[in-house]
Design a protein around this ligand. Sequence first.
Ligand code: ADP
Length: 559
Amino acid sequence: MSPDEERNIKRIHALRGIVVGRWFLIFGLAILGIVQMIVGIAIVSLTPVMLGLLVSIPVFYNFIYTVYLYRFSDRLSYKQLALLSFLQVLVDQIVFTFIIFVTGGVESIGFILYFFPMLSATILYSDLRIISFTIVTIFWYTSMVVLEFNGVIPHFARYFYDPGFFENAEVTLANTISIDLILLFTGLFSVFVNRIIRDRELEITIERDKVRSILNSLEDGIIMLDARKHVLLMNPPARDILRFYGEVFGPEIRKEDFPRAFGKLIQSIREQPETKRLDQEVVVEEGQNNNVIQVDTIPIYAADGSIVSWVKVLHDITRDKELDEIKSDFISVAAHQLRTPLAALKWFFKLMIEGDAGSVTEKQQNLMEKAYVRTNEVIEIVNNLLDISEIEEGRFPYEFAEGDIIEAIGATLLSARQDGSQKNVSVEFEHSDKLPLTEMDSQKMRMAIQNLVDNAVKYSRKNSSVKIRAEIKNNRLFVSIGDQGIGIANDEQAKIFSKFFRGRNAKEYEPTGSGLGLYIVKNVVQRHRGQIWFESEVNKGTTFFLSLPIPRKYLPPKK
Ligand code: ADP
């Protein structure tokens, strides 16, 4: 919206406000007139015909304003609006002078009506013009009194008992000067009020422009919606993403206004969750192109805790996704290619260690054993990489069947204890006598637990212990694996389940490792509809927790 358009819209809003206000005023005056006629002692001349006439004049011109401002507002030029504003004030002044004239002239208290056009002028104009309109008002009033006093126009008695004040020069003079001064002071006061209003407006405009320029300079699309899903704000990147350049202040954001491909995106923009935040990824299919847009929703709260609006942050992650895919493909191909030669290498070392290729010296034997162990480690990493690419492609195969968590944990203990014995780390497993069976992929669960137990041993300090517990709580299986090892630094805790992430202290303490294990573990746990989390303190130790649901049929019957 250009500044000119904005100025016009503001003018139209102000003028509409005045017109609506005038309807109320007319209604009030009509009621007052009727009451006067029934019970009043004042305004002798007020007959039903007269009242009808008086009311119909403002009704007539206010009707014309209303039609213009509500029907043809989009066709009104700035000049026409300026004329309309001018008339709004001037016509009221003239008509109200007439009303004052027929309701007693200088004896009438109708001059109070002048405050209405003065208010209109305060809203529409500033300093000099407000004063000019005030002087014009004073002119109308004084002229009427002078003409009446000199008998040029008739006098309408205000009271049944007519004291004839209008003929008395002193009374007329005193009255007129007082009222003119009241009008003048009101005009001056209006100038101050107007200044306060304008200052506030300016402050708001500056704030708004600041916010607007920040929003416009962001790369992400920002859309703000109120509870009726009306758009309060939409920055240029959001318009680019939605290919939407129409008017957005006011109307509800609806699917029908956008190309079909944007249906899902609009739907997620329209969603207004009560929860803290909601992050969604939406694919927009446009011909050959698939764009992936991340839609983050942030509710905005009022002071009383209720949600007043929702901010939608639109982030085009198409490129990130493509890069991710390329990386995954690369990893997958590389791992596949490495697996066969590595398996062969391992096999050759094994043959040589076992003496199938002839006798070797003790030193050679020693080196080959080390090479065999290292090759095994590399194979382990390659297997992890393959698992990860399968997870990412959604091909990681799961076979769920009845399984026993105690058995799965038990199967990991032997090798963990062997590794632990080298550092004098004991591995203890505690569990309730009998735990219910549950639905699981036993092999994958074993692999996940093995990973956690191996980590616990690997990152344990010498002469310490690893404690594993399994129990049933609130109809879920809980497994905890605690160690007294190096711990995880606070600033790294959020990244611990990411691919390839290794803690600083972990790298120092145990240089070998790929940072892939926990990523796979998390995936396995999630596929079992379980949760995984941990508590850790540097140099004190770490405990990982698993919680797994148990299908109802495996739960012990309630007592
Ligand atoms: P890796 O052990 O091969 O580095 P993981 O994915 O299994 O990879 O673990 C990722 C990181 O999490 C580790 O590098 C380490 O920083 C941290 N971590 C995992 N388990 C523990 C633990 N029991 N104690 C301390 N740090 C741990």
